[in-house]
Design a protein around this ligand. Structure first.
Ligand code: FAD
Ligand code: ZN
Length: 612
């Protein structure tokens, strides 16, 4: 009898964890390589699970593919590890069970880490060797990325008629990381030819059972579940799971009542857990009908009422000034607040607050935004980089901004840590600026990264960064187009230092669907000019500007005046070409940006008077 025939009338017991069990015995290197270096250990574990009552045993080949073995320098051993993996499991099982050749998912939400092409290549190789040893079926498990699982399932289904079990792993309760509800995902997998579909890892019995209540029995495939032993605890650098086999005895019956026909264990489970489940389900009769719990109705989300036009709406229609005044690098906010007052008095549309620019710590820009809100009416535009926060932190921060009523964001990848004051600090980069823009757009639809309702829609206006100081301006503009496709409403540029460059940028971005604020930063002296020219990637000042600044190098006051004069010349042309002007305050010297803001305001007055 084959696995699928058996499943027609029985609930079968799968084995439990391999990885965490080995880890608990102090093994810290490549688990799969043990198939060839310590085969007796792996054999003994299979045997222990079989003795405990498992009749479906998986090979120790979860990560036995090229990209995962490469981490241990074992990528040339794909063939041997997989072949031996099957042989060991078969030897342990004999005639009293089934051996599933296991392949684990590779991708998390960061799809860019490995391409589908690479996944397909490594999958085909592993699949070939598992099938060559005549496994009884295949188990694809711990797939967080549905796209990856669909891709490999299609390949496998073309190659073999053997039973295929596919187990997805969930991010938030009931949905995959791309927002697909589990019921839909399982139906897709069934349609693509999986014989058993279900979920493994990440959740313990409690959450898995809760999710399964919403999953109906399927027409063409059986349900499977491989829960973790518990939620993990982080102890001494290791994830430790609770071990209460009695709990598994009780929950095994509940899994059967939800229609599960193949029940095993994932991380943290041991032969004792499997023994408990096997005992609970001895002679169990599978259910053939089930009342499915209705998924909660989709909430109607409220949209915040917008009282003020967004910056992208303002700059689409009229000239607009925003000014960067960065949060202080040291404690104490007096000078910052004075600057903010002065800039507000100059009539700017928003004050932009960098997020630890140049990768060096500053007072949190959300804290500064909050101060501004309490003490002034100036609207803050909050920069948000992907460097200092992971996917959890970014989402929490966005919810925080919304809660405090801040809805102007500049979404950035951010300068890498190694250029800043703490070069050894991690640069998180779970997301890129493109992903962050998409995420914020999704928040505006009222859903989180993985598609769960947030309870309300946010109302963020999203700016993207534009760096025109690059060798190939056309490529920078292509990035802007991609950012627009992701949901960017407008752009803010790095500073520009020549009229010609302003004109080039104008021509290159004329047909872009989103407005741009052009960056202007007054030079403070010759030293500052030389630094920008020689040391800041991409920025090049003309000979003329350098000479003008150097001629008066000895005179500080004159230097500042010359810097202002040069900035005004740039503003004159930028004002003709663009609606948006983004003034960058150097070294907290807000008197410089106040003067420039007043200069622009005076131009506005003149043009209004002319119109009248
Ligand atoms: C208005 C503005 C405000 C900023 N504020 C901050 C801040 O608060 N905190 C902070 O840390 N940094 C800040 N930066 C710096 C910014 O992170 C870097 O300038 C970055 O290189 C460009 O913006 P981004 O992070 O969105 O990168 P992206 O546009 O996402 O680019 C990411 C990376 O891709 C590469 N790249 C980009 N364009 C090209 C191209 N044309 N050709 C080849 N490679 C390319 C670069 O290596 C770049 O680092 C700001 C930049 C701007 C323009
Ligand atoms: Zn697991």
């Amino acid at each position: 009898m084959g696995l699928l025939e058996d499943l027609q009338s029985k609930v079968l017991i799968g084995d439990g964890a391999m990885g965490t069990l080995l880890h608990a015995h102090g093994i810290d290197n490549c688990f799969e390589e043990l198939n060839i270096t310590k085969p007796e250990d792996i054999f003994n574990i299979h045997k222990a699970y079989q003795k405990a009552g498992a009749s479906v045993i998986q090979t120790n080949t979860y990560g036995a593919n090229f990209p995962k073995l490469k981490r241990y320098g074992a990528e040339e051993k794909v063939k041997d590890i997989n072949i031996e993996g099957v042989r060991l499991a078969k030897k342990a099982v004999g005639d009293s069970g089934y051996v599933l050749g296991t392949i684990g998912g590779i991708r998390s939400f960061q799809k860019s880490i490995i391409s589908l092409e690479e996944i397909k290549r490594s999958f085909r190789e592993q699949l070939f060797w598992l099938l060559s040893e005549d496994v009884d079926g295949l188990l694809f498990e711990t797939f967080y990325d549905l796209e990856e699982l669909k891709t490999v399932l299609e390949i496998a289904r073309r190659e073999t008629d053997k039973p295929i079990v596919t187990n997805v792993s969930l991010h938030e309760k009931g949905v995959l990381q791309d927002g697909t509800p589990i019921v839909k995902a399982l139906k897709i997998l069934e349609e693509l030819g999986a014989d058993v579909v279900g979920t493994n890892c990440r959740q313990g019995p409690y959450h898995m059972l809760e999710i399964l209540e919403e999953v109906p029995l399927l027409d063409k495939s059986f349900l499977s579940a491989y829960p973790n032993a518990s939620l993990p605890q982080y102890v001494d650098g290791r994830l430790i799971y609770e071990t209460d086999p009695d709990y598994f005895y009780k929950t095994a019956l509940a899994f059967k009542d939800q229609g599960v026909r193949l029940l095993g264990g994932c991380c943290g489970t041991t032969p004792s857990h499997i023994e408990a489940m096997a005992k609970a389900l001895t002679n169990a009769v599978p259910i053939t009908g089930k009342t499915v719990k209705e998924a909660p109705p989709i909430e109607v989300l409220s949209q915040e009422i917008q009282t003020q036009p967004h910056l992208h709406e303002i700059v689409q229609e009229n000239h607009s000034i925003i000014v960067e005044l960065d949060p202080p690098k040291k404690l104490g906010v007096d000078k910052f607040l004075k600057g903010a007052h002065a800039l507000q008095a100059a009539g700017i549309d928003a004050l932009t607050l960098a997020d630890n620019s140049l990768a060096s710590p500053r007072i949190s820009n959300l804290a500064m935004a909050s101060l501004l809100k309490d003490q002034l009416k100036t609207r803050p535009l909050i920069h948000l980089t992907c460097r200092d926060r992971n996917l959890i932190g970014l989402q929490s921060h966005l919810m925080g901004m919304h809660t405090l009523g801040f809805n102007q964001i500049l979404a950035l990848t951010g300068d890498p840590s190694k250029i800043g004051d703490f070069p050894g600090a991690t640069s998180v980069y779970d997301l890129s600026s493109f992903d962050l823009i998409r995420l914020i757009k999704q928040f505006n639809e009222g859903v989180s990264f993985s598609g769960k309702p947030l309870g309300q829609k946010t109302n963020f206006s999203i700016a993207g960064a534009f760096n025109p100081n690059v060798r190939h301006l056309d490529r920078a503009v292509q990035r802007l187009e991609k950012k627009v496709d992701c949901g960017a409403d407008y752009f803010i540029s790095q500073p520009i230092y020549s009229i010609e460059q302003l004109e080039d940028v104008y021509k290159a971005t004329k047909s872009l669907k989103a407005p741009i604020y052009i960056g202007i930063m007054p030079l403070t002296g010759a030293k500052n000019a030389r630094f920008l020219h020689h040391e800041v990637p991409g920025i090049k000042l003309s000979e003329n500007i350098l000479t003008r600044m150097e001629r008066i190098e000895h005179d500080k006051e004159q230097s500042a005046k010359e810097g202002i004069l040069l900035a005004k010349e740039l503003i004159d042309r930028a004002y003709e070409l663009f609606n948006g002007l983004y003034l960058i305050t150097p070294f907290m010297r807000y008197e410089l940006t106040v003067e420039l803001a007043n200069y622009i305001k005076a131009k506005e007055l003149v043009s209004i008077e002319r119109k009248i």
